[in-house]
Design a protein around this ligand. Structure first.
Ligand code: ARG
Ligand code: ASP
Length: 715
């Protein structure tokens, strides 16, 4: 009887997160999800999605740069990703005379494509479950010796798979270290910019529309992967040729319909679906509100100065976008978790977990200590979590001059060990850093951040988390004095003096910097943080990780008859759902698709977020949509019920036949809690319709020649 009750509870809990939740391991589709995918309309086999023996979809999906996904769309290595993923590459080729961000960029032939030093495209050769090899010889070990053995095993597996540098190999834990997978990549380093729409298309809606539906952004850019004459990765060279990929995605001209099966393949970065209630409580009631409060202060200061000075508007555009992106997501996350009653749901799940081990055999009694340990550890963590977030957001990310301070050598020990040749290299690096820094720096803005954020740091943190040097300073000086005595006296706020100091930088420079008031303050904060915050914070986190691993193991045992997916960890995943809109609020129904009509409706003269270019207006006015439009409309973006997260940007949206129909770039505001808890009613991912991409390339940019190398399919 008890067993039956338990089964029903477990079944109910699992059903509440229906089919569309989950980011699945592509090698395990056969075991877990293929049946349901096919029921929903998918016509391919697991082998078509992932195979090492034949050409499969996985060969066309890459890691673009360090945090995005991209896909190959021609047999000549043409790569599609988001505009916001290609942003820094596009920006790096832009100048006042040649502003590709504002005007867009289109290579009209291969020799106009622009190289991007440092940018990579990583192709997955294979992924394998290596749990047995990672755990080999660890049964009797504990603590540090266990860690050491695991690390040694992992290192050996990686080294073997690298084949003397031919591949990049990395072993990553899944399910909090209850399983390990090896990922082997071929890394291409010659990736060139082919095309990008103007910001008014690629970033239409700006930060105002970010994380929101209905959306009208043409968030795409195009690159090309180059290889040497043997079709292998090679550093940039004029002799390189377009890479001939194993596979590329056919591009569908057919469009989408509501309820169509839709799949994302890509690299979701990080989710935390298996947290205990205490962690969710901390996020809702402390971590997110703290970080939101600090970033609200930062964004207010940014806007004030950006409004006042057009130069600052350009300088701080990217900082603003970066700061506001997570700020807005954290707000949505709190709202979404509260709406879901997430803490209560987690508590109910934990009660169930308790019931399970109490009723199970003696073996499961091992899980008895898990929940009480969480209870205690999160109480311990709470004050350190606060201090950690304040230091991160204020000292290490918020105030620019501290970032510059961090870049200089701290003492002459390291310096004296280097020879003159190295000294020259360091000087060069410092000058480069300085130049980059001052390009996007406005003293007035940063000074205001400096006083405002330091005030927050002092008023909100317990004294024990703050160094005396700092509290004394703030007790003694008002804002104006603080700026005069610390900020303006620092050589770091004076580009000319700093230039002099850096030009013949040596031990004299180092001792001078050690007495610099900003550097002194920064060092006091940094050292106090390391000794009084980070150390304890990290050790509690380490213990939490151990308990979380145990909890995860228990969950896996308890739910062994159900499908579980591992949290995202920036490895290749498959997620699926269907094309559908949603009801964000009572009485409001959102359609699944937007069109160019909506771009025109959002247009606002003088608002940079809603600028519309004349050429686009003209195409709209004459309904000159070519074969990309349908029924007199030009589709722009659409939503589906697919579980996605940061890193999924640029992921291909693939239809039932394995063809490219869209490009993922965001999630809707009401569903941003999906990193922690998924709600099938509210969580929607947002994609650009591939027909809009083709329309912009062909009709707007006149780069239709690029379509010739694609495999356009009309059925
Ligand atoms: N919210 C999307 C993501 O997390 C897009 C961010 C870029 N766009 C922006 N307006 N900041 O990456
Ligand atoms: N915009 C995100 C990205 O850049 C995607 C998301 O969080 O939904 O990866």
């Amino acid at each position: 009887m008890k067993k039956i009750v338990l089964f029903v509870i477990v079944a109910m809990l699992c059903l509440s997160g229906t089919a569309k939740e989950g980011m699945w391991i592509p090698t395990l589709l056969e075991k877990y999800t293929i049946e349901e995918m096919q029921e929903m309309g998918f016509r391919l086999t697991p082998e078509d999605v992932y195979s090492v023996n034949q050409r499969s979809l996985k060969d066309a999906v890459v890691i673009f740069g360090t945090g995005c996904t991209g896909e190959i769309i021609s047999n000549k290595g043409l790569l599609l990703t988001n505009h916001h993923c290609g942003f820094s590459a596009i920006q790096s080729h832009s100048s006042v005379e040649q502003d590709y961000l504002s005007d867009g960029f289109w290579a009209m032939s291969q020799n106009e494509e622009l190289p991007n030093p440092g940018l990579t495209a990583k192709f997955l050769e294979r992924m394998v479950d290596v749990s047995d090899s990672v755990f080999a010889g660890t049964v009797s070990l504990e603590g540090d010796s266990l860690e050491a053995k695991l690390d040694a095993n992992i290192l050996r597996i990686q080294q073997q798979a690298e084949e003397d540098g031919k591949y990049e190999a990395v072993v990553k834990p899944l399910f909090y270290g209850n399983q390990y997978f090896l990922y082997v990549y071929q890394v291409f380093t010659d990736v060139r910019l082919v095309g990008a729409p103007p910001r008014a298309i690629g970033k239409f809606g700006g930060d105002t529309d970010n994380w929101m539906w209905p959306r009208h952004t043409g968030d795409f850019s195009i690159f090309r992967v180059y290889a040497n004459e043997d079709n292998e990765p090679a550093a940039y060279s004029e002799d390189n040729v377009p890479y001939k990929p194993k596979s590329w995605l056919p591009v569908s001209m057919e469009g989408i319909q509501p309820n169509d099966f839709m799949m994302l393949m890509g690299y979701p970065g990080s989710t935390r679906q298996y947290l205990p209630s205490q962690a969710v409580d901390m996020i809702i009631n402390q971590s997110n509100p703290d970080r939101i409060k600090i970033r609200t202060a930062i964004l207010d200061i940014f806007s004030e100065h950006m409004k006042k000075d057009p130069k600052v508007r350009i300088q701080y555009a990217s900082k603003y976008a970066k700061t506001s992106n997570s700020w807005k997501r954290w707000k949505g996350e709190v709202r979404g978790l509260n709406r879901l009653n997430a803490i209560k749901q987690k508590q109910a799940y934990e009660a169930n977990f308790e019931l399970w081990y109490l009723q199970s055999d003696t073996l499961e009694q091992a899980y008895k200590s898990v929940l009480p340990q969480f209870e205690k550890l999160y109480v311990d963590l709470l004050p350190y979590d606060k201090a950690y977030n304040y230091y991160q957001e204020i000292v290490f990310k918020g105030i620019d001059i501290f970032k510059l301070a961090d870049f200089f050598p701290r003492n002459d020990k390291g310096w004296n060990r280097l020879d003159e040749e190295r000294h020259q290299l360091v000087r060069k690096a410092l000058i480069l850093k300085m130049t980059e820094y001052f390009d996007d720096y406005d003293q007035e803005t940063d000074q205001e951040l400096f006083t405002e954020l330091l005030r927050l740091l002092r008023s909100d943190l317990d004294r024990s988390f703050l160094p005396k040097e700092f509290t004394n300073l703030l007790a003694k000086y008002d804002d104006e004095k603080l700026i005069r005595k610390v900020y303006e006296k620092s050589v770091l706020s004076d580009p000319e003096k700093l230039q002099e100091l850096v030009a013949d930088f040596d031990t004299k420079g180092i001792s001078k910097l050690q007495k610099d008031p900003v550097i002194e303050l920064y060092n006091a904060l940094r050292v106090h943080y390391q000794q009084n915050v980070e150390l304890v914070y990290q050790s509690i986190q380490d213990r939490i990780t151990d308990v979380q691993q145990q909890y995860m193991k228990g969950i896996m045992a308890m739910e062994k008859n159900f499908q579980l997916y591992p949290d995202a960890n920036f490895t290749l995943r498959v997620a699926y759902g269907k094309v559908e809109g949603y009801q964000p609020r009572d009485g409001v129904e959102y359609a699944y698709q937007t069109t160019l009509q909506g771009v025109m409706e959002k247009y606002q003269l003088g608002n940079p977020d809603y600028e519309v270019l004349e050429k686009l207006k003209a195409l709209h006015k004459t309904s000159d949509f070519g074969e990309y439009g349908i029924d007199g409309q030009m589709p722009v973006a659409y939503t589906a019920s697919i579980h996605s997260t940061g890193g999924n940007s640029g992921s291909p949206a693939i239809n039932a036949k394995g063809q490219l129909v869209g490009l993922n770039f965001d999630r809707c505001w009401e569903g941003t809690m999906s990193d922690i808890m998924f709600d099938p009613d509210q969580c929607r991912n947002i994609m650009v319709d591939i027909r809009y991409v083709l329309f912009i390339i062909d009709k707007f940019a006149g780069a239709g020649y690029l379509l010739d190398e694609m495999e356009l399919v009309r059925e």
